[in-house]
Design a binder for this molecule. Structure first.
Ligand code: ADP
Ligand code: MG
Length: 606
């Protein structure tokens, strides 16, 4: 007697559903993709209870004939491909013919569909837990409506894995936002528990879709991206957020490859690396990247929910994204101008900073307001070097260390303001008085900027300190290879290292500003950077190495400073080229003009 048997169709569908139908949002994704493939112009999604009890998708696409409607719910029934070879030139989102039968196997499912041409009636098909219970003619509009009720009613074990109604609802929202961004020519609507929560105009303008989805407030903070490399056959279009517009996760990043929304670690990393020097340590910028590559250079059939694809040359795509994004960000001016996006009128004076806010939120509130002023102030042709000249004249400054006056950068005109420290708050911020308002300086960011500028003046090697007692660090084989390959880079950054055993490196020189306690972490940070970047250029390495060294060597938040130290720090900061931001792009100082103060105290009208 044979012990192997072929599973019946219903069982096979339930098993397939395990892969395709993970949760309500995967159903919405599959069904909306079908509506897109059917050339719909309007797609409406309505859900109740996070999609667990009810999902309805209505489209005005091609619809199906009565015969096709019956076939559509069968396994491996598809109108989109005929042969496996078709996969290499595929332009539709679906191709496996699995979604409808899988969804219908684990829910109470119905489909009403009517073809455009000549049909007066629609076809209605009803399937309960994989068993077809009704097929008949019915009234219905042109297009297709699919209703999915009671998800996982017959597979209770699966139901247990669902999250709360609110979380499942938010997953649906997220996937719909991404689909709507990838098809700005289609008008999308999402109704959640009878409330319209999302809608796009479908006018084929990505910017309009974006502002409808993320709010009009993002409009001034997005930059168009357009890149076309005909040799590599990669084109990129879309929008990038300015570095001030941050989220604490990647939710604001939509990656679309050949019209398909995908997740890609490599592309995410390329974005991270391109923004790296402009962002504070935490936070993910907004990005909608529409990437077009040749269809035969990707494999779309590598993931059960089709949410990942395989590139034949991932490095090439990584580089293109990195290059395209860096070009936009550097063309879009200096970090400060990028940060200048938010308008003062947006300040929420009633906002009480809460320690529960994520760093990203804190940062954006922080950066989005008075930084603007610090920048416009800097943009006046008055170098901050004058501050120092002024203070020297008034003899209020005492240098901690001998200071070489760089006359070339000194402005000889009469100074218009001076900065005088008043005190330190929270062992982190220096409050100062200037002729034109109140200045708040972040001591760590300020010192980072000073050190970074100082170090970057050394075109060859950053000055190093010889260690009396070498430091030993453990490295794995991959790290040792990197250190050996990038020996020169480490040397130029002020490090001298040599192999001291099969998995040990000996450090005998360090950049002179870096404290011993930071030696190992500094090297690890550079290693991590090299590992994360696919073959960084020498400039990128240097920028990152300097940034790291400045950060490690800078005074920290929490260090108590006396007046003299504060004055010296402020004066040196004013002597740098970009005193208003640290090398990571965070604000180093913020100004409140007397007018701002008047507004905050409601002495003037708004
Ligand atoms: P796939 O999308 O992989 O072909 P599905 O199970 O999702 O498989 O759908 C099966 C078939 O049903 C599709 O190939 C398509 O012909 C038809 N179909 C599904 N949804 C729609 C729709 N909204 N409008 C028109 N046809 C549809
Ligand atoms: Mg499909």
């Amino acid at each position: 007697m044979n012990i192997i048997h072929v599973l019946d169709e219903n069982t096979a569908n339930k098993i397939a559903a395990g892969e395709v139908v993970e949760r309500p949002s995967s159903i919405v994704k599959e069904l909306v993709e079908n509506s897109i493939d059917a050339q719909s112009r309007h797609i409406e999604v309505e859900i109740s209870d996070g999609g667990i009890s009810f999902i309805r998708i209505t489209d005005d696409g091609s619809g199906m004939s009565p015969a096709d409607a019956k076939l559509a719910i069968l396994r491996h029934a598809t109108s989109k491909i005929r042969l496996a070879e078709d996969l290499s030139t595929i332009h539709s989102l679906g191709f496996r013919g699995e979604a409808l039968p899988s969804i219908a196997a684990v829910s109470n499912f119905s489909l009403t569909t009517r073809l455009h041409e000549n049909e007066s009636l629609a076809t209605y098909v009803e399937v309960a837990g994989g068993i077809t219970t009704d097929i008949r003619e019915a009234g219905g509009n042109v297009g297709t409506t699919i209703v999915v009720k009671d998800l996982f009613f017959n597979t209770p074990a699966r139901k247990k894995f669902l999250k709360t109604v609110a979380t499942e609802g938010s997953y649906i929202n997220n996937i719909l936002v991404k689909l709507a961004l990838s098809y700005p020519n289609i008008a999308f609507k999402l109704i959640n528990n009878k409330r319209l929560v999302l809608s796009t105009p479908g006018n084929n303008e990505l910017q309009d879709a974006l502002t409808n989805l993320y709010g009009q407030k993002v409009a001034p903070d997005i930059l168009p991206i357009s890149y076309d490399n005909t040799i590599d056959n990669i084109a990129i279009s879309g929008y990038l957020g300015k570095p001030t517009l941050l989220k604490s996760n990647r939710q604001w990043q939509t990656i679309i490859v050949n019209s398909r929304v995908i997740n890609s670690r490599a592309i995410g990393k390329a974005l991270d690396n391109a923004y790296h020097s402009l962002l504070p340590k935490s936070g993910y910028p907004l990005a909608v990247l529409n990437i077009t590559v040749r269809a035969d250079t990707i494999d779309v059939n590598v993931h059960p929910q089709k949410s990942e694809i395989k590139f034949s040359d991932e490095q090439k795509v990584f580089r293109a994204v990195y290059k395209a994004v860096t070009e936009v960000l550097s063309a879009a001016h200096t970090p400060s101008q990028l940060a200048a996006s938010a308008q003062l009128k947006n300040i929420n004076y009633h906002h009480t900073p809460s320690y529960h806010e994520s760093p990203a939120i804190q940062h954006s509130l922080y950066a989005s307001t008075p930084v603007h002023e610090a920048i416009s102030w800097q943009e006046q042709p008055l170098p901050l070097a004058t501050a120092r000249t002024a203070m020297e004249k008034e003899e209020v400054i005492y240098w901690d260390t001998p200071h070489v006056v760089d006359t070339a950068s000194c402005d000889q005109r009469e100074p218009q303001f001076t900065l005088q420290p008043l005190g330190q708050v929270d062992d982190c911020y220096i409050i100062s008085r200037g002729n034109d308002g109140l200045y708040i300086i972040d001591q760590h960011a300020a010192h980072e900027r000073i050190l970074y500028d100082k170090m970057s003046q050394h075109t060859d090697r950053i000055p190093a300190q010889q260690l009396l007692v070498p430091i030993f660090i453990d490295c794995d084989a991959a790290e040792i290879t990197i250190i050996t390959d990038y020996q020169d880079t480490f040397y130029n950054l002020g490090f001298s290292l040599e192999l001291a055993g099969p998995s040990t490196m000996r450090i005998f020189e360090l950049p002179s500003d870096i404290p011993l306690s930071e030696a190992e972490n500094s090297i690890r940070e550079i290693l991590e950077f090299i590992q994360n970047m696919h073959n960084p250029t020498p400039q990128e390495l240097r920028h990152n190495g300097l940034q790291m060294a400045a950060c490690r060597a800078a005074i920290k938040a929490g260090e108590v400073l006396n007046m003299r130290q504060m004055q010296a720090l402020i004066t040196e900061l004013c002597n740098t080229n970009l005193p208003y931001t640290c090398p990571h792009g965070r604000p180093a100082m913020i100004r409140f003009s007397p007018h701002d103060l008047d507004k905050m105290f409601k002495r003037t009208g708004f």
